[in-house]
Design a protein. Structure first.
Length: 155
């Protein structure tokens, strides 16, 4: 009898279970909002491509305030902003309330690794709503990146 393998058990290239073959490739989806004014919100979305499902493994962010200073690893501001994620493929919000970006997204040097990966189905949409809670700082740009892999089903 054959054992059941999870997505995380697959080699990076190919894995077969007799019924179908799955191929995976590293991929990142990114989204950003620009000119997030003081005490405002903006919504954007990521369309998952039709060729594959997407497994989210790590999350990162970067932020640029309106001071126009050079951003380095040492000066990357932690935004005083929250985010709400909604998987429209399943119709579920991924949190009960908007949470601080720094609680869910790490930096390029230290990404946030999900305790359990999240699968987004092909052709679904991930909606992201950003909330600037600062009473004094506007952001020229807040960018978030979802790192993971595309899952190609060929069966």
């Amino acid at each position: 009898m054959r054992g059941i393998r999870g997505i995380g058990d697959m080699s990076p290239q190919m894995q077969g279970n007799g019924d179908s073959v799955v191929s995976t490739d590293f991929y990142s989806y990114g989204a950003y909002v620009s000119t997030l004014a003081v005490n405002s919100s903006q919504t954007t979305s990521i369309q998952i491509e039709a060729d594959s499902d997407f497994e989210i493994i790590k999350l990162t962010y970067s932020a640029f305030d309106d001071v126009n200073t050079a951003i380095t690893a040492a000066t990357n501001p932690v935004p005083i902003a929250n985010i709400l994620l909604t998987d429209t493929g399943s119709g579920r919000q991924l949190m009960n309330i908007p949470i601080p970006i720094a609680s869910l997204f790490g930096t390029a040097e230290l990404p946030f690794i999900l305790p359990k990966s999240k699968i987004l189905f092909a052709r679904s949409v991930l909606a992201l709503t950003f909330y600037n809670l600062s009473g004094a700082v506007a952001y020229d740009r807040i960018a978030v990146t979802f790192h993971g892999r595309k899952i190609f089903n060929r069966g």
